[in-house]
Design a protein around this ligand. Sequence first.
Ligand code: HEM
Length: 479
Amino acid sequence: MIVPLLVSISIVILTTWFYIKRTLQYWTKRGVIQVENKPFWSREFFGTAIRDKYQYGKSLKQKYVGTYMFNSPSFIPIHPPLIKSIMQHDFSHFRGHGNYHHPGDILSMHLFAVEGEIWKNLRVKLTPTFTSGKIKMMFETLLEKTRGLEKVVGDYADRKEVCGVKDVLGRFTTDVIGSCAFGIECNSLEDPDNDFRCYGKKVFKQAPSRLIYIIFIPHWILKAWGFQFHGKEITDFFINLVKSTLKYRQDNKIVRKDFLQLLIQNESMTEDEIIAQCFVFFQAGFETSSTAMTYALFELASNQHIQNKLREEIEEVLKKFNGNVTYDAIIQMKYLDMVVNETLRKFPPAASIPRVCSKRYKVPDSDLVIEKGVRVQIPVWGLHMDPEYYPDPEVFNPENFSEENRNKRPDFTFLPFGEGPRMCIGMRFGLLQTKVGLISLIRNFHFTLNEKTKTPLEMERGSIVLVAKGDIWLNVKRI
Ligand code: HEM
């Protein structure tokens, strides 16, 4: 009895081993330099792994390399013209992000995840929501939320207590997006434990089992099973939140200047579509902007001369506007723009951008063909830390974004918001939110780095966005 059992187990193990070994030769067989993954027990942040693979390929003067996600092949383009082809010229071959979605799981049917004609129609419907005119409309809400931010940071200054800026800025962007996308005043700055913030945090802490399901189980099975990627509790919370707000506005004839209002006015959108888009505005807009502000403050606290120069510019420009922060005043703050861009270069919240090949693609000037279904990872962080494009890439230097230095760089070497038809739809809002937050803080407070912050910063392993492990601790003084 025991012998046949052992033989069967050995056969299963050997067959699996041969299968994995064969799949892991996908790139070598095609003559592409293959970069293996580190063993799973030395797990690191996904974006760091892609950055290192870019650097390895670049050191071998390659235009691309191949790697694997678990055992499925993944392509990493290195040469900017090839990246441009994939994201822009030959977009019709790479139309999707490769995210899980199905209509039975309402929250999953959002702009970032959907593909093909559904994505195209949705993008057309949503584009008017993000024009500069519409974003300007929300400026007052943004400004109003900075009052709460100043109060919380001011309290730290008065108590002479060290301030964990990652947490505070996360509460600020939660309040902004809660108000602009869901039409609710959740006051996370005053009440960090409110429901909206708690559920919001849960969204980013997915059970690993759910990720494993979507990677290994065919999506048609998940669909038949009625699988909900975010689980029943989170899904019900967000669906009910939007539904009750929609009803409240309808019953009380309330009109507000926010994203939700713009979606309601768009008569071609169904209720389910509205719910999914509110959810993605929250998912895509909250952590990306709060981490951008956190890293900016970290660098400003570490580089006092840059902090002082920025404060001088803010004061100088605001003088022309009677001390009022306005949309037009922000446009005139050129150094602020350079500081924000340099932050997004050194710490791009999306360290790697996914694409999936939807139609066989012959790589230009090469015999290589990328087959349908192969995933592509655009190595954003690798490009941003490449000394060929940014001398001394570890040094925080806003001059990298002076007009002269910008013009020297090839296209597609600065990609914090992606590029091409699938580029971030919320870029203007994300930048404005980041700038308004920074102006209010730098104008009113002086920041220095507290020794509680562990440097060099280590990145959170299980995160999707490039987030520092632990908080970033700063000393704050009123000005
Ligand atoms: C600093 C802030 C932000 C950063 C760094 C950022 C970055 C990105 C990146 C890299 C992509 C993928 C682009 C591509 O595939 O080429 C993306 C897509 C997207 N972003 Fe943002 N984002 C930010 C803020 C926002 C905000 C505030 C919103 C909404 C209110 C938003 C909504 C979206 C949506 C809906 C997509 C999917 C677009 C599509 O697939 O058509 N983002 N973002």
